[in-house]
Each structure stands twice: as structure tokens, then as C-alpha cells.
Design a binder for this molecule. Structure first.
Ligand code: FE
Ligand code: FE
Ligand code: ZN
Length: 235
């Protein structure tokens, strides 16, 4: 069993954990971009991939700054610290989040629904990073590492920005498209029911009023997908 000797060791551990997290994100993002359909979502993820590569470099700088400071101490405790902060550190949290996201994306789903799922997965990842960087920044502040704190704050701001952008994308477009994709399926079932029933007009009215009620709770919803579905049922 190794011990965390003080807060600077905890900070180094957090930095190594975040480094591993960023590396895993850099590996995973291209696959997520490849599975996304919305051009806006693809653009946002591509942008964040570039940002993430810079974040990894920023962590290298943090590492250098911390190593300089703790070099003497490191020599003294070499065997312990090597085990603690060796290159073998893998962020299990990020590994789990990415695995969960990839499992979800491999499910059979409508492309619009998958986009919503991709955003959900990415926001879990962002929130994990926000937590890790927030903690590390607080440690750096406590330890009066002004430069390290500044570097971590820069990345933290970028993670918040990425998270906010995904929220806007989800609320303004992707979730609505995912909801409409569901509408088409409901309408399909309705048509099947109509075929079986002799009173097809009653069936139409029922479906329309149900959709009207749903519309009230989600205003300003009008998309080409929905219009196409409507035309099909009218034909
Ligand atoms: Fe990041
Ligand atoms: Fe972790
Ligand atoms: Zn991020």
C-alpha cells in the first residue's frame, strides 16, 4: 500500500489521471464524430478534439512545472512515487464512461436518436473532466502554484464551454429531431392500426389530437422530417 504523503502528491495524481483521461478522449472522439449525423454536432466534436489535444499539451507543461518543484523530494521517495505517478496511471472513470458511451452507440437506433445519445455521453465525459480539473485547480490554489492554477483554469474554462455548447445543441436541435424521429414510428403504428380498423377517420383524429397534446408541451416544433411524415399519412 502506498500513501499520499501530502496535497502536492494528490495534485500530481489528479494530473496523471486527467492526462490519461484526455488521452482516452483523443482516441475515442473520432469514432463518436464518425457516428454523429448532425453537421453541427460533428463540428462541435471536431472542435473539441482539437482543443483536447492542446489540453494534453497543457498537462505536459503542468507536469514539468510540478516535477521541477518536487524533484528533490521525488528522488528521496523514488520507489513510492514511481509506483504512484508512473506512466501506468489509467483513468478508470474515463475508461468506464467511454465504454458505456460506445455500448450505447452500438445499439440499433435512429441516427437522430443516436445524436442525442452521443451528446449525453459527451456531457458525462465533460462533467467528469470539469470535476477533475476543478479539484486540481483548487489544490494548485491551495499550494500557491499560480502558474499551474492558471493552466488548469484555462482548460476548465474550455470544458465548461464545450459542455454549454452541447447543451445548446441538444435543446435547440438534436433533442427535437430525436423526438420527431420517434413521431414517425408512432405514425407508422397508427397507420397499421388504421388498416386493421374499419373506422379509419376516427383513428386519424385520435392520432392527431394525441400529437397536438404533445406539441403543447414542446412549442415551436416544426421540422422537415415531421412534414414528410404528415404528407405520407395524408396520401
Ligand atoms: Fe478535456
Ligand atoms: Fe479517473
Ligand atoms: Zn473535454
Amino acid at each position: 500500500m502506498h500513501r499520499m504523503l501530502n496535497l502536492s502528491h494528490l495534485l500530481q495524481h489528479e494530473i496523471d489521471d486527467l492526462y490519461s483521461a484526455e488521452e482516452q478522449i483523443i482516441d475515442a472522439l473520432p469514432k463518436m464524430i464518425g457516428m454523429a449525423t448532425s453537421p453541427e454536432l460533428q463540428k462541435a466534436l471536431n472542435e473539441h478534439l482539437k482543443v483536447t489535444r492542446e489540453q494534453k499539451k497543457r498537462l505536459d507543461r503542468v507536469h514539468q512545472l510540478l516535477n521541477k518543484e518536487y524533484k528533490k523530494e521525488k528522488e528521496k521517495n523514488k520507489s513510492i512515487l514511481e509506483r504512484l505517478f508512473g506512466s501506468g496511471t489509467k483513468c478508470k472513470g474515463m475508461e468506464g464512461l467511454i465504454a458505456e458511451g460506445q455500448k450505447m452507440m452500438s445499439e440499433d437506433m435512429d441516427p437522430q436518436v443516436r445524436d442525442a445519445a452521443i451528446i449525453a455521453s459527451c456531457q458525462k465525459i465533460e462533467h467528469y473532466e470539469i470535476s477533475g480539473y476543478g479539484t486540481a485547480r483548487a489544490y494548485a490554489n491551495q499550494l500557491q502554484h499560480a502558474e499551474v492554477e492558471r493552466l488548469l483554469q484555462t482548460t476548465l474554462n474550455e470544458e465548461y464551454k464545450a459542455d454549454d455548447l452541447l447543451t445548446v445543441l441538444a435543446l435547440q436541435k438534436v433533442n427535437l429531431d430525436a423526438e420527431n424521429a420517434g413521431d414517425t414510428a408512432v405514425e407508422g403504428n397508427g397507420r397499421d392500426a388504421m388498416r386493421e380498423s374499419s373506422s379509419s377517420k376516427a383513428g386519424i383524429r385520435k392520432t392527431a389530437s394525441a400529437r397536438g397534446a404533445a406539441k403543447k408541451s414542446a412549442p415551436k416544433k416544426k421540422s422537415p422530417a415531421k412534414n414528410t411524415a404528415k404528407k405520407k399519412s395524408n396520401a
